[in-house]
Design a protein around this ligand. Structure first.
Ligand code: SF4
Length: 385
């Protein structure tokens, strides 16, 4: 029996989504997927029949790897049908790295021996001006998960500042209640992303032993609370390598699908990060997810959720990102620095959360996208008051 608890200050919205996800996982785990199953799912796609969650599980299976040429082509067509050759560019902005959680795989965790920092509003504005000068119009503000050092008021002030320079402002912060999401929305934020990391409850408990993140159900309901507060878009992610990757990817896609069904107006965005090396977590027994398997996950998800934005992380190499853009992904970050305040300061203010693989600037990314016949989109937003 699960013993996850809501802390006293955590709002329980009594959502039915997690129960539905658990039921669907239970039923697919009884399946023994065969090549015939994969062929049947492909013929459903060919006949424009709706796919259900068991089709998604089939597309994620090892058997489906034998049909990757066919599946890649289906995914490529859907990507162009719904998004053309557009690639949406954004940049993350790390403004603090204090954290009260203790995720065993992360260099920002409480009590880890890293340099902590929190930028003041002048420093944040300087970083924003630099990103704006690089043409960025969509920014994602990140803090570690510490309400004490990065309060909702501090994040609201940062969001208000960001609205001076960017058309779309998103946040990746600790999960909060609906009222706080309302304040952040009023300040100008329209996108909230939170990674569930792993959907497996046993591993979730192991990797997140203390802090507010140890409450799995509160984190799971984050996207719903954000949408209830009026946010336009929500992002989902699992950190591949913490648990059985097929199960985690299945839960990630079905979680996003259930939220899309319940909130049809919401823009859904999905990320596929794999664990990267980080200070102090080198000895963890992480499950290997090959590039080939990751590409299969991305392609299966594009087929299952044709309208969803799919983000490809700078944790991956330029070549892998380019290939994924051609077949399935639509959103890419550029000019990424996971350290704190390094854009405008020679010295490091705060250590980085993880090591990135693709270090290209915005103009490098723009040039490289054009070289592969993709169209960089900085914003498709028109602000109407
Ligand atoms: S993953 Fe996020 S919540 Fe966990 S320790 Fe790192 S910054 Fe904190």
């Amino acid at each position: 029996m699960e013993d996850f608890k809501y802390f006293k200050y955590m709002q329980d919205i009594h959502s039915d989504v997690r129960e539905k996800l658990n039921q669907s996982l239970k039923s697919v785990l009884q399946m023994k997927v065969t090549d015939q199953d994969v062929k049947r799912t492909i013929s459903k796609i060919d006949n424009n029949e709706a796919l259900d969650y068991s089709d998604y599980y089939i597309l994620l299976s090892d058997n489906a790897m034998n049909f990757m040429d066919e599946l890649s082509e289906i995914s490529r067509k859907l990507r162009y049908q719904y998004f053309g050759n557009n690639v949406y560019l954004f940049s993350p902005l790390y403004i603090a790295n204090y954290c009260e959680n203790s995720c065993k795989y992360c260099g920002f965790r409480a009590k880890s021996d890293i340099i902590r920092a929190r930028l003041n509003l002048d420093e944040i504005e300087n970083e924003m001006i630099q990103l704006r000068d690089e043409k960025i119009e969509d920014v994602l503000i990140l803090t570690g998960e510490s309400e004490k050092f990065s309060s909702v008021d501090y994040i609201c002030d940062s969001v208000r500042l960001a609205k001076k320079y960017f058309k779309s402002v998103g946040i990746e912060i600790y999960p909060v209640n609906v009222d706080d999401y309302k304040k952040l929305h009023e300040a100008g934020c329209d996108f909230v992303t939170v990674f569930q990391e792993t959907y497996n409850p046993v591993n979730y408990k192991f990797y997140h032993p203390t802090g507010h993140k140890s409450s799995l159900p509160y984190r799971f309901d984050t996207q719903e609370r954000a949408l209830m507060a009026g946010m336009r878009a929500v992002g989902f992610g699992a950190l591949f390598g913490l648990s059985d990757p097929i199960e985690d990817c299945f839960c990630l896609g079905v979680h996003a699908m259930l939220i899309q069904k319940k909130y049809p107006h919401a823009e859904i965005s999905i990320s596929f990060p794999r664990i990267r090396p980080t200070k102090g977590a080198e000895s963890l027994n992480i499950k290997e997810v090959s590039e080939k398997k990751l590409m299969q996950f991305i392609i299966a998800t594009r087929i299952f959720l044709p309208f969803a934005q799919i983000t490809i992380s700078t944790r991956e190499s330029k070549d892998f990102r380019d290939l994924s853009l051609a077949y399935a992904t639509t959103k890419i970050s550029a000019s990424v620095d996971t350290g704190i305040g390094r854009r405008n300061d020679e010295k490091d203010k705060g250590d980085e959360q993880f090591l990135i693989n693709d270090t290209r600037t915005v103009s490098d990314v723009e040039r490289d996208l054009k070289n592969i016949n993709m169209y960089p989109v900085y914003s498709d937003y028109i602000d109407v008051e």
